[in-house]
Design a binder for this molecule. Structure first.
Ligand code: AMP
Length: 434
């Protein structure tokens, strides 16, 4: 369904309080996903959305839900009528914050619940009564089992970033949840990708006459974000990072694969006087929130994160993403670089690739259908070549992790020799750095 590009929020027939709240946010025009989804949702259809964070998806589902809730006579009863389930705590907080902003002045009560923190403040909030609840699956089921959450009055159910839930092993929780929410409801299901498991799950959630909306960001992330890769030995990654940060004039999000690795990077940077903090699953929720807040407010130059902790977070204006370690799942790379270049802004991503990660790089390039620009001329190139020279170094560290991925078939390819992109064989002009 194509809608005129001049569409405004006013033309959607929304409650004047919502329109005022949106004006307050400085939103003048719906984004494409909003323009397509809001009319469908206002009519009461279920929706299957293929969209990533950064497209304006949160408002796309939140606005029509608020509109419906305001129209209901039961509005003042303070029973949970809308439930949004997200895979991560950070995303839950972000979605909850948005719901609060878009419902400002309506009297709607929102709450966010997630694990990793004491449950009492959340229970207190629930006891006072909540209309719009945002939750991560584990804590939601836990509090439901303890009798603090009543979902019998639910009319709207949103499953956000469903493919991430699948990756993070939440799918059983979601199935449990589906058994305890009312059958009669409007359901909204969002996922950035639609693998087979996700389609089968969506069929269990949505009514047969559901509508589908598919939003690609105006240009795919991989095209909006400038991408470079450095071959660098494992042991020289810290030195390369420190060197690189000197040439960056903005905040930088650095991705590591492990919690321990992220902490190590923070220690190295701190020793060099670079303000950095880490967010990952071993940090308390308060520490994670503080680090994210400090980073967003510009008090930290570097935030070092694992993929799970950074999933879905919206850091407006983020210029640089560094893949300190390449992910072994290529889709993760796209999620990572999507943290920059949001809302069609430009951004830069730099990847550090040690000898044992070149297979990961190949998988990534195959997925994004782009050869990432290789920076060959840099002070650590010799170290990289030396590391590469020993075949032992080329083996992925945990070979078991890289089995063929469902639906993609095939076994891992053989090692790529230094070419075609190594010395002398590059398709593009060699680039110089530092
Ligand atoms: P989301 O995809 O929901 O994470 O949203 C991405 C960003 O776009 C957030 O920072 C929103 O505040 C912003 N946003 C959402 N809708 C609009 C709109 N209609 N106009 C301008 N910005 C928006």
């Amino acid at each position: 369904m194509l809608l005129p590009p001049f569409m405004t929020f006013d033309s959607l027939g929304l409650d004047s309080r919502i329109l005022a709240a949106l004006k307050n946010q400085g939103y003048t025009q719906p984004t494409p996903i909003q323009a397509q989804s809001i009319p469908i949702l206002l009519e009461g259809y279920d929706l299957l959305g293929t969209a990533q964070t950064g497209t304006g998806k949160t408002a796309a589902f939140t606005i029509p839900i608020i509109e419906h809730l305001l129209q209901e006579k039961t509005f003042k009863t303070r029973k949970i009528k809308a439930l949004v389930v997200t895979p991560t705590r950070e995303l839950a907080l972000q979605v909850g914050e948005n719901a609060k902003r878009y419902s400002h002045g309506t009297g709607l009560r929102t709450a966010v619940i997630f694990g990793g923190v004491g449950q009492n403040p959340q229970v207190d909030q629930l006891k006072k009564g909540v209309d719009y609840l945002v939750a991560t699956p584990g804590r939601l089921l836990d509090l439901h089992q303890q009798g603090f959450i009543d979902l019998r009055f639910l009319t709207h159910f949103v499953l956000d970033e469903a493919d991430q839930m699948l990756d993070m092993g939440f799918i059983h929780d979601v199935r449990k949840l589906l058994k305890i929410i009312p059958q009669k409801r409007q359901s909204l299901f969002f996922s950035a990708t639609m693998p087979k498991d996700i389609i089968s799950l969506s069929e269990q959630i949505l009514k047969p006459n559901y509508k589908q909306v598919r939003i690609a960001v105006a240009k795919p992330t991989a095209e909006r974000v400038s991408q470079e890769v450095f071959y660098v030995s494992k042991k020289e990654k810290p030195a390369l990072l420190v060197e690189m940060l000197k040439s960056f004039d903005g905040e930088t999000l650095v991705f590591g694969r492990t919690k321990h690795g992220c902490d190590k990077v923070v220690r190295i940077l701190s020793k060099k006087g670079i303000k950095a903090a880490a967010i990952h699953g071993n940090k308390s929720q308060n520490a994670r929130q503080k680090a994210l807040k400090d980073f967003k407010e510009g008090h930290l130059q570097v935030l070092v994160a694992t993929d799970i902790a950074a999933r879905g977070i919206d850091i407006s204006g983020l210029e640089y993403v560094v893949n300190y370690e390449l992910p072994n799942i290529p889709e993760t790379y796209v999620h990572r670089i999507g943290r920059t270049g949001r809302a069609d802004a430009s951004g830069s991503s730099v990847s550090f690739c040690s000898a044992d990660e070149r297979e990961y790089l190949k998988d990534i390039e195959k997925l994004i259908k782009i050869d990432i620009s290789l920076v060959e001329d840099h002070p650590f190139a010799a170290g990289a070549a030396e590391e590469w020279a020993d075949p032992e170094n080329r083996k992925p560290k945990k070979p078991g992790q890289r089995g063929p991925r469902p639906g993609r078939g095939g076994k891992p390819k053989s090692d790529r020799p230094n070419g075609p992109r190594g010395a002398g064989g590059g398709k593009r002009k060699p680039r110089r750095r530092f």
